[in-house]
Write a protein that binds this ligand. Structure first.
Ligand code: UDP
Length: 504
């Protein structure tokens, strides 16, 4: 219904700045959100840190496509955190602190610039309508408000984890946190409403488990960031109504304007179909917002394997495991007799390159190669959405990161969960106990456990049961993004209306 001439001039258009925390999982989901906003007709500025923009520009297919779009642009600011070890989980707080001090000035200057119509540099871009900031960076919304731009938050984690974070003050008040010395981690948690009966101490974030008192910096970060997040004018989540109804009801009691528009990669495919961009090549490339070079050789390896015969193994972009755990996984996988495709990032094993990690674990790279040659394939980084959609994949041994979990749910692939940190402990509990689409290997170690659980996932009645529930779950996920009344599709449309109503 827009006047085309006016739209071209920019006066009728809206302009959103999307600003993710500069880590792979955050960039992945927020780039998908940004692309959706652009397909819905908005102008989008996707703000990166300089470091990540360089990586995206070299490795991401999505970058290559979006950089050509007239309504989409990538801008970047420094984060003062330029070294290669930046991505590890242990440096998360340092990265956030660096952003808060080093990026805040350039970010504010940028917002001040974008508040005006950008006649010359960007072919008549409209003034900024609003900022959608990663909820972990509450400063991004504070600065936006300071310069008079409305701000919404996007959280990249599950609703169940957000609800558990919101309950942390109550857990502290009632003495459920911190845990006593030598706590029994199977003890039930009582003060997370809606999760009584199945949530145990070990299912709360690892930050809770490690906190000695309420001043623990990581605990404080999740608490205060989450409390600030729900004070925003709107909260956007990458989940869907029928997946986490109870957690969402509780979150909405604190933050009534909560849009659930996930799984974002599935919603993006719906939009591709609607905008007639359904050719195979384009749909394939929705996936890649990779900051690493994808090794596509694994796709032809998968093509040569029988249906549902492969265990896909990936621990995401941040997990760092000890050489001992690495060996135990490797031996468990080999001993299970199953085929496996394993993402072994250069920095997966504690401080070591792959060769050194294998050596520290009592093997040489040559031995590792020999043992996996028959049934395995090791790569540094894969196009994960495509891998999960491949018919040869039978299960996903995962660290339960939220993007990986959603990608597996949509593909209907059952999960074997070995959570590492943040929201992963609670995600894996939901996978095993609530959604029943996998098994939770939390806190278990050793080659025998790995072998036993991998077999259980791949052979026999349990495996069959899990496949059936995973297939049902995939259908639910697809329904949620359907353009004929899917909840996420509908909420995304409401979000667009909300953004349009903010036009200055
Ligand atoms: N990923 C990928 N290739 C890989 C491993 C992971 O593209 O070889 C992507 C995966 O599809 C997901 C993201 O990296 O979108 C990881 O995000 P997640 O939330 O699962 O975990 P994190 O890395 O944040 O711990």
């Amino acid at each position: 219904h827009f006047n085309r001439k006016e739209l071209r001039r920019g006066s009728m258009a809206d302009h959103v700045l999307v600003f993710p925390f500069p880590l792979q999982g955050h960039v992945n989901s927020m780039l998908k959100l940004a692309e959706l906003l652009s397909l819905a007709g908005l102008h989008v500025t996707f703000l990166n840190t300089n470091y990540n923009l360089r990586l995206l520009a070299s490795h991401s297919v999505a970058y290559a496509r979006l950089a050509r779009s007239p309504r989409f642009r990538f801008l970047s600011i420094p984060d003062g955190f330029e070294d290669e070890r930046r991505r590890s989980a242990s440096r998360l707080l340092d990265l956030l602190e660096s952003l808060q001090t080093r990026s805040v000035g350039p970010y504010k200057d940028l917002l001040l610039d974008l508040q005006h119509r950008d006649e010359d540099g960007y072919r008549g871009w409209p003034a900024l309508t609003c900022v959608i900031a990663d909820g972990i960076m509450t400063f991004a919304a504070d600065v936006a408000r300071e310069v008079g731009v409305p701000a919404m938050f996007f959280r990249t984690v599950s609703a169940c984890s957000i609800w558990s974070y919101l309950c942390i003050p109550e857990l502290l008040r009632t003495g459920e946190l911190p845990f006593p010395e030598d706590a029994d981690l199977d003890e039930p948690i009582r003060n997370v409403p809606g999760m009584e009966g199945f949530l145990r101490r070990r299912d709360l974030s690892i930050f809770c488990r490690n906190a000695k008192d309420s001043s623990d910096p990581r605990l404080r970060l999740v608490c205060t960031a989450t409390a600030d997040t729900v004070r925003a004018r709107a909260l956007i989540l990458n989940t869907f109504e029928s997946l986490e109804p109870c957690a969402l009801e509780h979150i909405r009691s604190r933050c009534p304007v909560t849009y659930c528009i996930g799984p974002l990669h599935a919603l993006l495919r719906t939009y591709y179909r609607l905008t007639s961009r359904s050719d195979e090549e384009e749909v394939r490339s929705t996936a890649s917002a990779s900051l690493w070079q994808e090794d596509r050789s694994c796709m032809s390896w998968l093509d040569a394997q029988p249906g549902r015969s492969v265990v896909y193994v990936s621990f995401g972009s941040l997990t760092v495991m000890s050489p001992e755990d690495f060996t135990e996984f490797w031996l468990g996988l080999v001993n299970s007799g199953q085929r496996f495709l394993w993402v072994v990032r250069r920095d997966l094993v504690d401080g070591k390159e792959l060769g050194e990690g294998a050596a520290a674990a009592g093997a040489t790279p040559a031995q590792l190669e020999k043992a996996t040659r028959e049934r395995g394939c090791l790569v540094e980084w894969v196009p994960q959405e495509e891998v999960l959609a491949h018919p040869a994949v039978g299960c996903f041994l995962t660290h339960s990161g939220w993007n990986s979990t959603l990608e597996s749910l949509v593909a209907g692939v059952p999960m074997l969960c070995w959570p590492f940190f943040a929201d992963q402990q609670i995600n894996s509990r939901f996978v095993g106990e609530v959604w029943r689409v996998g098994l939770d290997m939390k806190d278990m170690h050793g080659r025998d456990i790995v072998e036993k659980m991998v077999r259980e996932m791949m052979e026999g009645n349990k495996a069959e049961e899990l496949r059936t529930s995973a297939a049902n779950m995939a259908e639910m996920a697809r329904d949620s993004v359907s353009s004929t009344g899917g909840s996420s599709f509908t909420e995304f449309e409401k979000l667009i209306q909300d953004i349009r109503s903010l036009r200055p």
